[in-house]
Every structure is written in structure tokens, then in C-alpha cells.
Ligand binder design. Structure first.
Ligand SMILES: NC(=O)c1ccc[n+]([C@@H]2O[C@H](COP(=O)([O-])OP(=O)(O)OC[C@H]3O[C@@H](n4cnc5c(N)ncnc54)[C@H](O)[C@@H]3O)[C@@H](O)[C@H]2O)c1
Ligand SMILES: CC(C)=CCC/C(C)=C/C=C/C(C)=C/C=C/C(C)=C/C=C/C=C(C)/C=C/C=C(C)/C=C/C=C(\C)CCC=C(C)C
Length: 618
């Protein structure tokens, strides 16, 4: 196994005149043998940067393989404001030669990057501060021995060329980028108890025919349940998606599309499992719908908001699942490059340790090396647990956050196994994504109960050396399982648990899998905590019990003036496309608050109060 490479080995590609010298600060994380997911970005030789041309043509900014090499420096003339004490004054503005930002964004996950680029496009001056050495967070990528591994899973929604919900395509287009994608013929292949095997085909009719062939007595129920999903999806897809916390936009949408908005408002507090039970009786089919929801929400259908379920159960057929050529990491890299092209900045190895408040308003951030940066607004892409528990440590938890934590808990983390295998082990026609639950439906949500598997090389062979495939195998795993172990015990446990998971996969899907493995790296919840800076390595928020659909999920504003959150602990929750939406919403709300978009202070305060009250009902 290749061990961590020191980040100083990374070679910035930006012109030195644009670089702000960070070398004296050194890396902000120590490298120990326990690190499993260290990412050493390398730029493929044939990569092309995504530079917006003055008159873009459809092909002008096409990204082939990933087109951005990491800089560990601020990539524009950015100077930290050096002020003693906590405060910021007008003297810290650019008038004294220091940069003062419209927005500082803590973290470059997909939520943070979408918020940043959307704001930059609206004319805001933005600084993204990322703890790690590459952008993307759980949507990043890393390279090892000729393989390009996606950090998270590789199921990409929102990457089509039609409708209003192709938010990844839109986010890239906003900064003048387009990525080449490969359509996935099936979203996921389910391998379930009692040998139920269901392929979710790209064409909805093919999927529904296959499902009905397994449950012919439930044909009507299947059509009705997925029919409601389509009704909701079509309503969503008809709206222009912006901030639901911005009244001028929200009331405008109600005026233009009253039926669609009322449909969404009606389903907002409902969950998929309840709707499914209105039409379906067969317990196995209800369990299948649990599995459909579980893979995108880490909870069963009774706990999955109906709007989110409809979004994923239909978008996979409407826009389809599309894999970006060169890997998922290319999206974050392109957005980061787009941000620079729009005149904003991103700084790597910038570990924010606190949010600076003045008169109870967020006015900047402090890094672990003591540097401070100041801005009109601060947007945190860290989870709400990290934001309020660590970055605002010492402050009383606002009532709104207490309410969030009453309704939501941290979902467990994952054990993640990245392997390279000899290509012959996969039968011809193997699907890209699989979900395996072998014998017992009750194990669906248990740690190590089910197995997720992505084989992105079935779509893009350039991700692995010739004659090899990538398998990304992951399963639920809790932090408690990995604590209190000596280094030796930890390493041994990793091998043991991974070996068991691989054996299960070998038995169920790919005989000979073990002996075909030529490369293996294992990440535990500790790895996710360390490299993604997520409390307990959590995958995201999940409801404590039965939620009222999406009603209890907070939007982007917080109880702290000037502080906003973005990412998966904001509406609508987990998932790359979900956090991209939260980024769009956040940028709109922030832009209105800093005067880059229309705003009505009276309507604002009425709507924010109303939404706050709705959340207390959840
Ligand atoms: N399509 C898929 O299958 C897939 C794959 C991967 C991830 N995901 C989804 O992505 C979601 C997460 O996206 P997200 O945008 O909310 O966040 P994220 O966790 O992916 O990214 C957050 C980023 O913020 C950085 N960060 C955190 N605290 C920091 C600090 N104090 N200082 C500086 N940087 C800091 C982290 O290093 C990380 O890069 C998950 O819910 C998951 O569902 C989905
Ligand atoms: C404002 C009020 C109170 C009322 C107004 C009514 C109104 C106008 C409401 C509008 C609501 C809107 C616009 C809602 C929008 C919701 C959206 C866009 C939701 C999107 C959800 C997306 C989700 C949940 C995506 C999840 C995807 C995931 C997690 C994918 C990853 C998959 C895996 C990790 C597993 C699969 C992997 C394998 C290998 C099987």
C-alpha cells in the first residue's frame, strides 16, 4: 500500500505571481500510519483546464479528463487581515490594502463549492478555505498506482442536459464549464433476500416492467406509488430552484406555478413509507422500497421524506445517472478552477478552527495557524454539529440548533474499501452499481448489514490501468467500533473486517474475487473523520425517529447573524445533488443579504419567522 505523500510534494500549477506564500505554515494535519485515505492528487498528462471563453460554444469548455492541479496557496492576490483581538473594523477593508470578502466559505465540499461559484458569478468576492489539499470533500478523488478512486460513491444525479434539476450541469455551466459524461444504463442492481434481483434500468418502463414481473400481484400498487413520485418530481422539475428562504422568489413561484407549489407544500411533511403503504401490501415489496430509500438516505422508507424519495426515484429515469469522464473528483476540480476564473479565491491546507463574532455577528474566521480572514458573511460547509459544536465552541447552542439536534442525529460512518482487480473476475455486462443484502431484510440498516458496490471502470476504463477494474466497496460502520485500539489492533481489525466483506461479495457476486485483487486500501470511520472533517465521520444527518418529511430540516440562515450553513445538514439533506441545491439556495439568500439580489426586509423577517415556526412542528 502506498503511504501518504507529504502535501508539500504537490506542485502548484498557477503562475507564481499569483501565489500567496504559505510555506512557513506547513501542513495542518499530521500524517500517521493510521491514515488510509490520503489523497495525492496528480494531474493526468492529457488534462485540460476549464477556462471560460468570452463567447462559449457548446464544446469550447468541454473537460476531457480532470483539468485542474492542486495549489496549496491562495491563488490570487489575497492577504490575510492581521488584526489583534477578535474584532474587525472598517480599516480591515481593501482601503488599507487588505482583502475583505463578501463571503468566506469554510470547506470545499460540493455544497460549499456550488455556493461559492454561484456567489462569484453574481459578482461577489469569495474566499473558500479548505482544510485538506484538494477540493470536493466526500465528492473528491485520489490517485494511486494508476487508479483514480472516487472518495465517495459514484452515483451521480443532476448531470443531464435537460430539465431544471440537473443542478451539477448547471453549477458547472455557471462558471463556463461542461464535462463529458457517460450515461449509465442502470442506476443500481439490487441483490436482495430470497434471491430477489432487480435492475433499475435507465428507462422507467423497463424498470417498472421488471419490478412488476417480480411482484405481479402488486402491479397496481407499483404504478400508483411510483405515479405519486412522478407527480412530485414533475412539480419540482417545473420550478426555477432558488432559496426557499427568499420571499420575493418564493411568492413569485407560487404565483407562476400555484398547483406545483401546492403539491410540494402538501408532500413536504410526508414520508415515502406512508405513501407506499397506501397502495402496497406485500411486505417484501415494502422492504424493496425501504432498500430503494435506504441507499440514498441511510434510513428506511418510513423515515425518508417523500420529496427526496421522488427526486431520486424519478431523476434516475428522467435525466438518468451520468458518470463524468475522468471521475467524480473532476467536478469539484472544475468548480474550483471556475471560482478562480471568476476572480475569487480558494486556499487549501486552511483549517478553520473558529468563527469570529463581533456583537454576536459572524465577521470572519481564524485558522489553526493563527491567520484570520474577514468578510461580510461566513458560510459553513462543515456539518452543523461541527459548526456549532467546534467552530462556535463556548457559545450557547441556539434554540434552532437544539431543535435540529432534537429531530436529527448523525448517521453512522462507513467502512470503505477501494480495490483494483484483474478485469477477468467481472462477468461481461456487469453493472456499475450494486446493492447487496443477502439473507435478512431486518439487517438493512445494521452496521455491516448490507454492501454498496460501485465499479466505475465499467463506464470509464481510463480510471484504472489496462486489464484492471476498480471496485469501491462500502458498508455502514460506526466510530465506536474503531476507538480504543492500539495501532496494531486497528490495522489487524481493518484487514479482518474488509476480508469478511470481500468474502461475502465473492460468494454472492464474483467467484475468485479475493485472488484477483492487486491493490487494496481500507478507510474506516476514523479516516472519514480525519480527511473529511466530519464529526464521528458521519455520512450526514438522519432523523432520530419518524420525521415530518422535510419540515424539520433547516435551510441556510442560522440564529447567528451573518452565519449561514450549506451542505448535507441543511435542506434537503444527504446526497451530492441535494447539497448542490443547498449551495444554490444559500448563494441566493446570501446574495440578497449583501445586496446582490432583490430583497424585502419586511417580507424576509415574516417568512423567516414562519419557516422557523414550521420547523418547531417537526
Ligand atoms: N453521489 C454520491 O453517491 C455521493 C458521493 C460522495 C458524497 N456524497 C454526498 O455528499 C454529501 C456531503 O457534501 P457536503 O458538501 O455537505 O460536504 P463534504 O463533507 O463533502 O465537504 C465538506 C468539506 O469541508 C471541509 N471542512 C470541514 N470543516 C472544515 C474546517 N473547519 N476548515 C476547513 N475546511 C473544512 C472538509 O475538508 C470537506 O472538504 C454527503 O451527504 C453525501 O451524501 C454523495
Ligand atoms: C417553503 C415552504 C415551507 C413551502 C413551499 C413549497 C415549495 C415550493 C417547496 C419546494 C421544495 C423544493 C424545491 C424541494 C427540493 C428538493 C430537492 C431538490 C431534493 C433533492 C434531494 C436529493 C437527494 C435526496 C439525493 C440523494 C442522493 C444520494 C444520497 C446518492 C447517493 C447514493 C449512494 C451513496 C448509494 C448508492 C450507491 C450504490 C453503490 C448502490
Amino acid at each position: 500500500m502506498v503511504e501518504n505523500q507529504h502535501p508539500s510534494n504537490l506542485k502548484p500549477t498557477l503562475s507564481t505571481s499569483k501565489l500567496f506564500n504559505q510555506t512557513k505554515h506547513g501542513p495542518h494535519f499530521s500524517l500517521t500510519p493510521t491514515n488510509i485515505l490520503p489523497q495525492t492528487p496528480q494531474t493526468p498528462p492529457n488534462s485540460k483546464p476549464c477556462f471560460p471563453s468570452p463567447k462559449p460554444t457548446s464544446l469550447s469548455n468541454k473537460l476531457g479528463i480532470r483539468g485542474f492541479t492542486v495549489s496549496n496557496s491562495v491563488s490570487s492576490v489575497a492577504k490575510p487581515v492581521e488584526i489583534n483581538g477578535e474584532g474587525c473594523s472598517s480599516s480591515s477593508s481593501s482601503s488599507n490594502g487588505y482583502d475583505y470578502y463578501d463571503a468566506i466559505i469554510i470547506g470545499s465540499g460540493m455544497g460549499g463549492l456550488v455556493a461559492a461559484t454561484q456567489l462569484a458569478v453574481k459578482g461577489a468576492k469569495v474566499l473558500v478555505l479548505e482544510k485538506y489539499v484538494i477540493p470536493g470533500g466526500s465528492s473528491g478523488a485520489y490517485q494511486r498506482d494508476g487508479y483514480t478512486f472516487d472518495v465517495g460513491s459514484s452515483v451521480m444525479f443532476g448531470f443531464s442536459d435537460k430539465g431544471n434539476l440537473n443542478l451539477i450541469t448547471q453549477a458547472l455551466a455557471a462558471v463556463g464549464c461542461e464535462m463529458e459524461v457517460i450515461p449509465d444504463p442502470s442506476t443500481v442492481h439490487f441483490h436482495l433476500p430470497n434471491n430477489i434481483s432487480v435492475r433499475v434500468h435507465r428507462e422507467y418502463d423497463d424498470f417498472s416492467k421488471e419490478l412488476i414481473s417480480k411482484f405481479p400481484h402488486e402491479a397496481e400498487g407499483i404504478n400508483k406509488f411510483y405515479g405519486v413520485c412522478w407527480k412530485i418530481y414533475n412539480a419540482l422539475n417545473s420550478l426555477e430552484l432558488k432559496s426557499l428562504e427568499e420571499p420575493i422568489y418564493l411568492f413569485g413561484q407560487f404565483f407562476q406555478k400555484p398547483l406545483e407549489c401546492l403539491t410540494l407544500a402538501y408532500y413536504l411533511p410526508q414520508n415515502a413509507g406512508d405513501i407506499a403503504r397506501k397502495f402496497i401490501r406485500d411486505p417484501q415489496l415494502l422492504s424493496f422500497i425501504d432498500a430503494e430509500c435506504f441507499i440514498v438516505s441511510t434510513v428506511n422508507a418510513l423515515q425518508t421524506p417523500m420529496i427526496n424519495a421522488s427526486m431520486v426515484l424519478c431523476d434516475r429515469h428522467f435525466g438518468g445517472i451520468n458518470y463524468p469522464v475522468g471521475g467524480v473528483g473532476g467536478i469539484a476540480e472544475a468548480l474550483a478552477q471556475g471560482l478562480l476564473d471568476k476572480g475569487s479565491n480558494i486556499l487549501y491546507k486552511a483549517n478553520v478552527t473558529s468563527i469570529i463574532l463581533e456583537d454576536e455577528k459572524a465577521i470572519g474566521v481564524r485558522l489553526s495557524d493563527g491567520r484570520k480572514f474577514f468578510s461580510k458573511t461566513v458560510i459553513s460547509n462543515a456539518t452543523r454539529w461541527d459548526t456549532f459544536g467546534k467552530l462556535l465552541k463556548g457559545k450557547d447552542l441556539p434554540k434552532e440548533e437544539e431543535n435540529f439536534q432534537r429531530v436529527y442525529v448523525k448517521a453512522p460512518s462507513f467502512l470503505s474499501i477501494h480495490v483494483g482487480v484483474k478485469a477477468e473476475v467481472l462477468p461481461p455486462g456487469t453493472d456499475c452499481h450494486h446493492f447487496i443484502l443477502e439473507n435478512d431484510w431486518t439487517k438493512l440498516e445494521d452496521a455491516y448489514g448490507s454492501i454498496f458496490l460501485s465499479i466505475p471502470t465499467t463506464l470509464d476504463s481510463s480510471l484504472a490501468p489496462e486489464g484492471r477494474h476498480i471496485l469501491h466497496i462500502f458498508t455502514i460502520s460506526c466510530m465506536e467500533d474503531w476507538e480504543g485500539l492500539s495501532q496494531k489492533e486497528y490495522e489487524a481489525k481493518k484487514e479482518l473486517v474488509a476480508d469478511e466483506i470481500i468474502s461475502r461479495l465473492e460468494k454472492k457476486l464474483f467467484p475468485g474475487l479475493k485472488s484477483s485483487i492487486v491493490f487494496k486500501e481500507i478507510g474506516t470511520p476514523k479516516t472519514h473523520r480525519r480527511y473529511l472533517a466530519r464529526d464521528s465521520g458521519t455520512y450526514g444527518p438522519m432523523p432520530r425517529s419518524i420525521p415530518k418529511g422535510l419540515l424539520g430540516m433547516p435551510f441556510n440562515t442560522t440564529a447567528v447573524d451573518g452565519l449561514y450553513c450549506v451542505g448535507d445538514s441543511c435542506f434537503p439533506g444527504q446526497g451530492v445533488i441535494a447539497v448542490a441545491f443547498s449551495g444554490v439556495m444559500c448563494a441566493h439568500r446570501v446574495a440578497a443579504d449583501i445586496g446582490l439580489e432583490k430583497k424585502s426586509p419586511i417580507l424576509d423577517s415574516a417568512l423567516l419567522k414562519l419557516l422557523g415556526w414550521f420547523r418547531t412542528l417537526a
